[in-house]
Design a protein around this ligand. Structure first.
Ligand code: PRP
Ligand code: ORO
Length: 241
């Protein structure tokens, strides 16, 4: 795919991520244990201009996602998993309300604490209670899907129903093999985390951009060495779906 085939808002989103160094290139250790030649640090969307830009991209992605999947019920709650999902969910809900107040004014945000609070109101959920609610989860990036699975378990344990997942970046990586953490790569094909979750839980998922979009954007205009490392990484960890 050539960079000209990326839609204008995806291109603008990726370019703002690169200029703010939300997307950076080098060698990074991931939660999965993989060594990646690129990293998406959503914690760097910390100015009002960047937070506004990212929330506009999420909001448009969510509106398109809901329009393309009419069987998905309307969300009651936008849930942002701790930590990086928290400001993203809150800012996106404000943007959705700005774009379409009639639809979004009664929708709530909610997020978890990583450590439950044992005084005051207590518990590990801040914002709307999830019991009986249709919950749309917003997170920053998906690699092996550990964070997504934790969100599914958490929302279910609170009595909520997950109706969809939206992330900024789907790295399109295959799920880790059973001995990958020990450094043993069996080289077997596997589905992506997003694909596996769609299949296992029947939960629809979407992303603003993917690794394929990033490579298409960078092709022919960036550092050739970074580009080569990105393509090698994609070839090694590319998912089968
Ligand atoms: O798909 P995975 O393999 O789970 O990797 C991606 C997740 O890892 C990071 O979160 P982390 O758990 O480090 O929490 P943070 O938001 O506090 O940085 C990142 O923010 C994603 O949520
Ligand atoms: O897989 C991860 O741990 C990970 C990848 C990435 O690009 N960004 C991030 O915050 N975590």
């Amino acid at each position: 795919m050539a960079s000209s085939e990326i839609s204008a808002y995806k291109k603008a989103f990726l370019e703002s991520c690169i200029s703010a160094k939300v997307l950076s290139f080098g060698t990074f250790s991931l939660k999965s244990g993989r060594q990646s030649p690129y990293f998406f640090n959503a914690g760097l969307f910390h100015t009002s201009a960047l937070l506004s830009a990212v929330s506009i991209a999420y909001a448009h992605t969510i509106i398109e996602f809901l329009a393309a999947n009419p069987s998905i019920p309307k969300p009651d709650v936008i849930f942002g998993p701790a930590y990086k999902g928290i400001p993203l969910a809150c800012a996106t809900l404000l943007e959705l309300h700005r774009l379409d107040p009639a639809t979004w004014s009664s929708v709530s945000y909610s997020y978890n604490r990583k450590e439950a609070k044992d005084h005051g109101e207590g518990g590990n959920i801040v914002g709307a209670a999830l019991n009986g609610k249709n919950v749309l989860v917003i997170d920053d990036v998906v690699t092996a899907g550990t964070a997504m699975r934790e969100s599914i378990d958490l929302v279910k344990s609170q009595g909520g129903q997950i109706i969809g997942f939206t992330v900024a970046l789907d790295r399109l990586e295959k799920m880790p093999g059973p001995r990958e953490k020990e450094g043993i790569d069996d080289g077997e094909p596997r589905m992506s985390a997003m694909g596996q979750i769609r299949k296992e839980y029947g939960v629809p998922t979407t992303s603003i951009v993917t690794l394929d979009d990033l490579i298409a954007l960078l092709k022919g205009k960036d550092d050739e060495e970074d580009m080569k490392r990105l393509e090698e990484y994609r070839a090694k960890y590319q998912a089968s779906d």
